[in-house]
Design a protein around this ligand. Structure first.
Ligand SMILES: *[C@@H]1O[C@H](CO)[C@@H](O)[C@H](O)[C@H]1NC(C)=O
Length: 244
């Protein structure tokens, strides 16, 4: 008789529950609903902001490495995940997740002018100033000067990094991954390379920039290799062109 009662009566965990654990489960349910609500509105927000950018996708023929001026958006469908590279660069888990969800845009300003200090030469060199933003996170500003002079740069994402940029021909690129896949548009030193080192965290990031035919269209791409001791991570990033 007793067994039947327990079997068909109200579930024992309801009966035995103290008021405290009841309050706790109400609290837990509310917190969880609130969290998922935040999460889905964030997802919706990123999806909406992605949809509202008017991407032209392919780079117009006027866009070359000599003229990257304009706004570009990283195409996450065509790009490799940044995860392994960011992880090797010591970027924390939550920020990596945030970056993987965000829309990454580049605002590029390119011009010729005298080099920045400490280079005192009177030559005219290429400058590429880029503001990189991730929707929902702070942006970073990196001003590159193409004279191969090492300069320090500090931002919230990568810490203090010593970087240098220059024009190269693919013959000068030794790494197989950095060297391959590029459209050859013209002769001589018409590829961009940038080497950045974080001495404190012990990593070196080397990039080559150029154009590639991806999914049938000409696009601005970056190959990135990060090494830290014997560890190595490499990715290809592909960008959609948005506007001038
Ligand atoms: C990325 O590239 C694909 C394939 O060309 C394209 O369909 C898509 O619209 C592009 N942009 C984004 C934001 O996914």
């Amino acid at each position: 008789m007793r067994t039947t009662c327990t079997l068909f009566g109200p579930p024992s965990f309801f009966v035995r529950r103290s008021p405290n654990s009841f309050l706790f489960s109400v609290f837990l349910t509310l917190t969880l609903s609130l969290l998922s609500c935040f999460f889905f509105s964030f997802l919706l927000f990123t999806k909406l902001s992605e949809a509202s950018t008017t991407a032209i996708m392919a780079a117009p023929s006027s866009k070359t490495l000599k003229n990257l001026n304009g706004k570009w958006t990283m195409n996450k469908t065509l790009s490799d995940s940044s995860e392994p590279v960011l992880s090797l660069q010591g970027v924390g888990y939550l920020i990596r997740k945030g970056i993987s969800l965000a829309t990454i845009t580049l605002e590029v300003e390119q011009y010729e002018g005298p080099p920045k200090p400490p280079n005192t030469a009177a030559d005219v060199v290429t400058h590429i100033d880029i503001k990189q933003s991730a929707s929902g996170l702070s942006s970073t500003q990196e001003n590159r000067c193409f004279d191969n002079f090492p300069r320090d740069h500090t931002d919230w994402l990568f810490g203090t990094v010593t970087g240098r940029s220059r024009w190269v021909s693919l013959d000068e690129v030794t790494d197989e991954f950095l060297k391959k896949g590029w459209e050859i548009e013209g002769e001589g030193q018409n590829f961009i390379t940038n080497i950045a080192e974080n001495k404190e965290k012990g990593w070196v990031a080397e990039q080559v920039w150029g154009f590639q035919i991806v999914d049938g269209e000409r696009r601005y791409c970056r190959h990135v290799v990060v090494t830290k001791g014997a560890e190595r991570a490499q990715i290809r990033l592909v960008y959609d062109f948005n506007e001038e």
